[in-house]
Design a protein around this ligand. Structure first.
Ligand SMILES: [Zn+2]
Length: 139
C-alpha cells in the first residue's frame, strides 16, 4: 500500500496509516460477507435444485402420488385419475355400481311379481269360468 508501484499521492501516507489500523477489521468484514454470501448461494442452489425436481413432476391432489411431467402429462393424469383410489370419482362409481345391483334385484322381484300376478289372473279366469258354468246349469 505504499509507493512501490510508482504512484505518489499526497494522501498515500494517510491511506497507508488507515490501512495499517483497519486492514484486519476490513478483511474480517469482507470475509464475513463472503461466508454469508456463499451460505446464501449454497442455500439458493439447493432450493433451486429442489424446485427443478419439483417442476419435473406433479402430484395427485388426492393420494399425493408423483406423476412425471413431460409431453404426455395429460394422458398420465387421466390414467391416474381412472385408478386413483382416493379420487372422488371412486365414491360416485361405487354408488353407481350399488345402484346397478339394486336395479337388477328390483327387476328380478318385479319379474317374479309379474309372474305371480299372471298366475293369479289365470287362476281368477279359471275360477270365474267355472262359476259361470255352474251358474248356467243352475239357471
Ligand atoms: Zn391419486
Amino acid at each position: 500500500m505504499s509507493n512501490k508501484n510508482g504512484g505518489c499521492w499526497p494522501e498515500q501516507e494517510a491511506i497507508d496509516a488507515w490501512w495499517r489500523r483497519h486492514q484486519y477489521e476490513l478483511k474480517r468484514d469482507v470475509t464475513k460477507y463472503r461466508v454469508e454470501r456463499d451460505g446464501r448461494v449454497t442455500k439458493l442452489e439447493a432450493e433451486n435444485k429442489e424446485l427443478r425436481e419439483w417442476c419435473k413432476a406433479t402430484r395427485c391432489a388426492y393420494c399425493d402420488e408423483t406423476i412425471g411431467v413431460d409431453d404426455d402429462i395429460a394422458t398420465k393424469l387421466t390414467e391416474h385419475i381412472r385408478i386413483c383410489s382416493k379420487h372422488p370419482m371412486r365414491a360416485i362409481e361405487a354408488e353407481r355400481d350399488a345402484n346397478k345391483n339394486r336395479i337388477a334385484e328390483l327387476r328380478a322381484q318385479l319379474d317374479e311379481a309379474r309372474h305371480e300376478n299372471t298366475a293369479a289372473w289365470i287362476k281368477t279366469e279359471r275360477l270365474e269360468a267355472e262359476i259361470e258354468g255352474l251358474e248356467d246349469i243352475n239357471g
